[in-house]
Write a protein that binds this ligand. Structure first.
Ligand code: NAP
Ligand code: ZN
Ligand code: ZN
Length: 354
């Protein structure tokens, strides 16, 4: 084992602060990565503050699952990476690899419930009680879960693709967003801005729903054909029964019934935002007539994450970011809660060495 510098939440109520963690020795199939950039996801905040009762947080908690860095060591069975290569790690670092979902490349839905998430999952290697994420100087990951970064992409802007990017790419692909389809994205934050970019790139007629007038111009620049202020009933009603697909990225509980009303017959509302508290009850009538679907989606498997990165390389897509030193992480969390980020914070991990 070796000691690495990190930033950790000591409890649900304490600010994140410098800490030391242990990383395992590099095994035959392992890749050690010196982390250069780590995106800041709203899930980091939910986890640091123990907001999800389904997955209670074990402290200290080291968040971070949008990781880009340089390979510093490889095990003797590693085939795809060499020392010095740029490499990325997202939300997953392990799974059973044998069940139907894992074999289908959908490790995030592992049927044996053996998916190991990058932070706050029981650590199968026993290095620590739980896995520790990317707010740290390095990480050791099995080669199956390490992704290639297209050379033309800015590494810092690539980091958020590893969660925010794939979390929108996957449902947009699954529900076939493309020419002739009308797609709505709810919330212009980290996930939402990637949703607008991908939906537009896939050729769908794209609408962005936001609470904020101040985001209208940006949403159009990102590729939205329509920007709908969600608290304006007239603007909402103008789009009644017109959407094939609406994806909500909202990080807080709210009323999703007004969005369901905007779906066509056979349209689908997909929830990817995972708030601390339940949404307002859903009108079953509104789902039954006219045969609408309510669905959810979680990140994406390793194969699809690589496909998404390659797509971004080909189409020159990265996240719009604001770079911060790790010492500003608590301020970044406060600003994220206020919706004050355009549109993803990325930590420059050099700052951890200061
Ligand atoms: P974020 O950057 O904070 O964006 C969330 C957006 O939601 C905000 O920008 C805001 O958009 C909107 N919003 C926030 N509070 C709201 C409220 N009270 N009512 C209505 N809208 C509100 O967060 P993120 O990193 O994109 O993550 C979003 C959610 O997705 C989080 O819950 C996160 O945990 C979850 N997540 C899920 C997955 C998955 O696999 N399913 C993966 C990653 C993240 P406007 O200001 O434009 O209204
Ligand atoms: Zn995330
Ligand atoms: Zn499995």
């Amino acid at each position: 084992m070796s000691t690495a510098k990190a930033f950790a939440a000591p409890s649900a109520t304490d600010a994140l602060a410098a800490a030391n963690i242990e990383r395992r020795e590099v095994g035959p199939n392992d890749i050690e990565i010196d982390i250069e950039y780590c995106g800041v996801c709203h899930s980091d905040l939910h986890t640091a503050r123990n907001e999800w009762d389904v997955v209670p947080t074990v402290y200290p908690c080291v968040p971070g699952h949008e990781i880009v860095g340089r390979v510093s060591k490889v095990g003797n069975k590693v085939t795809n990476f060499r020392e010095g290569d740029l490499a990325a790690v997202g939300c997953l670092v392990g799974s059973c690899r044998e069940c139907a979902s894992c074999k289908d490349g959908l490790e995030q839905y592992c049927d044996n419930n053996a998916g190991v998430f990058t932070y706050n999952s029981p650590d199968p290697h026993g290095t620590a009680p739980v896995t520790y994420g990317g707010y740290s100087e390095r990480i050791v990951v099995d080669q199956h879960f390490v992704l290639n970064v297209p050379k033309n992409l800015d590494p810092a802007g690539t980091a958020p693709l590893l969660c925010a990017g794939i979390t929108l790419y996957s449902p947009l692909k699954h529900w076939k967003a493309g020419p002739g389809k009308k797609v709505g994205i709810v919330g212009l934050g980290g996930l939402g801005h990637m949703g607008v970019k991908f939906s537009h790139a896939f050729g769908a007629e794209t609408a962005l729903f936001t609470r904020s007038d101040s985001k209208v111009a940006d949403a159009k620049k990102l590729g939205a054909d329509h920007v709908i202020i969600s608290k304006d009933e007239a603007q909402m009603e103008a789009h009644t029964r017109s959407f094939d697909l609406i994806i909500s990225t909202v990080a807080a509980s709210h009323d999703i019934n007004p969005y369901i009303s905007l779906l066509k017959r056979d349209g689908t509302m997909v929830l990817v935002g995972i708030p601390e508290h339940p949404h307002k009850p859903i009108s079953v009538f509104n789902i039954a007539f006219p045969r609408r679907s309510l669905a959810g989606s979680g990140i994406g498997g390793i194969k699809e994450t690589q496909e998404m990165l390659n797509y971004c390389g080909e189409h020159n897509i990265t996240s719009d970011i604001e770079m911060i030193p790790i010492q500003k992480i608590n301020e970044a969390y406060s600003r994220m809660l206020e919706g004050d980020v355009k549109y993803r914070f990325v930590i420059d991990m050099k700052s951890l060495k200061q």
